[in-house]
Design a protein. Structure first.
Length: 270
């Protein structure tokens, strides 16, 4: 996709140098707007996946021709970028958070929930999508929350990326499990009921004492293979935040309370 053309569309500006967004030029269909096209595309991707997205299929529920869509959105790549920014507008507000840890927790759960509502969006979180107004606002809010730690700017960015990486990994695991269930027609419990007894007969457990101890504890038979109803998301997130908090405490011990010197160098690795 063309960066200038995409950014102009994302920010609804007439050109990339426009100071403030302006409404797009009137198109051939009264009532048709960029926002309506984007929302229709999101509904299609939610129902059928991103692979099914085409300009023709977006045009159908809007009652317009495919060429009419191109009047508002120049191409599929630009449309996908707008779709991602639109769903990122569903991110929860961090204004009510009283502590950076609470803000990061809210941010992480919000990102996970967006991926659940819009499975097609999750792989795009780590791709080279250009930042629109919603994504920009999300980044500004989460960086502002983490800035209260007093950490230097490089650390602020790294810690947000750390949380993002955890969320993306957890979301991908969940998506893979759902894909396996659709493909096989078996839920995890059904699959385990079929394969578990076979494994118990075939695996020489004496060779694998650590796996045997966990296996025999029965955790694999619990919801989410022992990870809980949320697939272990909450547990893992808390451990990530524990590590961040330990780092913040160590930094504060060496450099003083938050805000005393925001330009200090990050702590060395380890």
């Amino acid at each position: 996709m063309d960066p200038a053309r995409t950014l102009t569309l994302l920010w609804r500006a007439r050109d990339a140098d426009a100071a403030t967004p302006t409404r797009p030029s009137p198109g051939p269909r009264k009532g048709l707007t960029v926002d309506r096209v984007v929302r229709a595309a999101i509904e299609l991707a939610d129902a059928e996946g991103l692979a099914a997205l085409s300009m023709r299929k977006v045009a159908e529920p809007l009652g317009v021709s495919t060429m009419s869509i191109y009047t508002y959105v120049p191409g599929r790549a630009e449309l996908v970028n707008c779709m991602l920014d639109e769903v990122l507008g569903e991110s929860p507000s961090l204004e009510g958070a009283t502590h950076w840890r609470e803000a990061l927790e809210t941010y992480a759960y919000g990102s996970r929930d967006i991926a659940r509502r819009h499975p097609w969006a999750a792989p795009l979180f780590s791709s080279r999508m250009l930042m629109g107004p919603n994504e920009t606002a999300v980044w500004d809010a989460v960086l502002g929350a983490v800035a209260t730690t007093g950490l230097p700017e490089r650390d602020l960015l790294t810690l947000v990326h750390l949380v993002n990486g955890y969320v993306r990994g957890a979301v991908q695991q969940s998506a893979d499990a759902e894909h396996d269930e659709r493909r096989s027609g078996l839920s995890y419990d059904e699959w385990y009921e079929q394969s578990g007894p076979l494994l118990e007969r075939l695996i020489p457990f004496s060779h694998y004492p650590n796996l045997t101890r966990v296996w025999m504890s029965g955790v694999f038979e619990e919801p989410g293979a022992g990870l809980g109803a949320d697939g272990g998301f909450g547990f893992g997130l808390q451990r990530v935040l524990d590590g961040i908090e330990q780092y913040v405490d160590r930094y504060t011990e060496l450099h003083g309370t938050p805000g005393t010197d925001a330009r200090q160098e990050p702590l060395p690795a380890g």
